[in-house]
Design a protein around this ligand. Structure first.
Ligand code: C2E
Ligand code: MG
Ligand code: MG
Ligand code: MG
Length: 287
């Protein structure tokens, strides 16, 4: 920034901007190639029924399987993909693989396991495209829409709540339900929250992290669970890492739990082994 005030600084600044723009452009091109090569795959993390310890659902979390770099995490490429308008293409691959996996597991006799897929605010802002994508992939794969649930952040939904209610109603009519992800970290209008046709609130990991050490976090988690109960919604606690956190949530009446205590997100084949072994009813800690 100091360069801005020095002689010739303006030029330096422009060049720096160009370098950055070129870097972003190069990254976007790599993403485009990766889309063509179908390098985006879902990993799966189970949602556990807190009362029974059984697997109640799965969340699909995208990974970029790069031929040279190995696995690339969504935190790195999702923002670039959103900016470049490529998030829909990536979602298509994740949704397709998730549907095929759900079908395979159903045919293998593991039952109809509900699958949650994350949807970017960018996609939710274009409801026609989102609905088209959903209906295309469900038809293509022959998946019952009831098996797929969408995860949306508070801000995706609360940005334009009236339009969000319409979109969620359209999706519901179609057979697809939605949950609010990372609840408590964005802003929610309670008057809209009560009108949203959703099925679950997912309590953000930030509150679960210290829930057994921090009274305020404990109070917030307790309040979210009771709010959800009053609104007829199920609660999911994200990021459960310890037995103590799990016991706390169980005592407070949280419905579902997700976190490293049960399993990290793993490839479909690894999750299939867990299903073969009968899931988590013995609360076995993996990895
Ligand atoms: P999210 O949907 O809130 O997913 C939960 C994140 O927490 C995942 O990170 C998961 O690996 C991590 N996690 C789960 N349990 C624990 C735990 O016990 N401890 C800790 N420390 N972390 C835990 P991940 O896979 O890196 O995904 C990050 C975010 O990227 C997701 O947050 C979601 O917002 C986004 N994302 C993932 N897949 C997709 C996708 O297919 N499409 C879109 N648009 N976004 C996605
Ligand atoms: Mg999620
Ligand atoms: Mg979350
Ligand atoms: Mg998150």
């Amino acid at each position: 920034r100091a360069h801005l005030t020095s002689p010739g600084g303006y030029r330096f600044y422009v060049e720096e901007m160009n370098t950055r723009a070129l870097r972003v452009l190069a990254y976007e091109n790599r993403l485009r190639k990766a889309i063509l090569r179908k390098e985006f795959i879902p990993f799966f993390q189970p949602l556990i029924d807190v009362k029974t310890g059984e697997i109640a659902a799965m969340e699909a979390l995208v990974r970029w399987r790069h031929p040279r770099l190995g696995l690339v995490w969504p935190g790195e490429f999702i923002p670039v993909a959103e900016e470049a308008g490529l998030i829909g293409d990536i979602c298509h691959q994740v949704l397709y693989e998730t549907c095929m996996t759900a079908k395979r597991w159903m045919e293998a006799g593991y039952g109809a396991i509900p699958m949650a897929v994350n949807i970017s605010w960018r996609q939710f802002a274009q409801p026609e495209r989102l609905l088209q994508l959903m209906s295309d992939v469900l038809k293509e794969t022959g998946t019952p829409p009831e098996l797929i649930e969408l995860e949306l952040t508070e801000s995706s939904v609360m940005e334009e709540p009236d339009s969000a209610i319409r979109t969620l109603n359209d999706l519901r009519e179609f057979g697809v339900m939605a949950s609010i992800d990372d609840f408590g970290t964005g802003y929610s209008s309670l008057s809209y929250l009560k009108r949203l046709p959703i099925s679950k609130l997912k309590i953000d990991r930030a509150f679960i992290n210290e829930v057994t050490h921090n009274e305020r976090d404990a109070a917030i988690v307790d309040a979210i669970i009771r709010l959800a109960q009053a609104l007829g919604l199920k609660t999911v606690a994200e990021g459960i890492e310890t037995q103590e956190q799990f016991e706390f949530l169980k005592e407070k009446g949280c419905d579902l739990g997700q976190g490293f205590l049960f399993s990290r997100p793993v490839p479909a084949e690894d999750m299939e082994k867990i299903l073969q072994e009968g899931g988590f009813s013995d609360f076995r800690v993996l990895q």
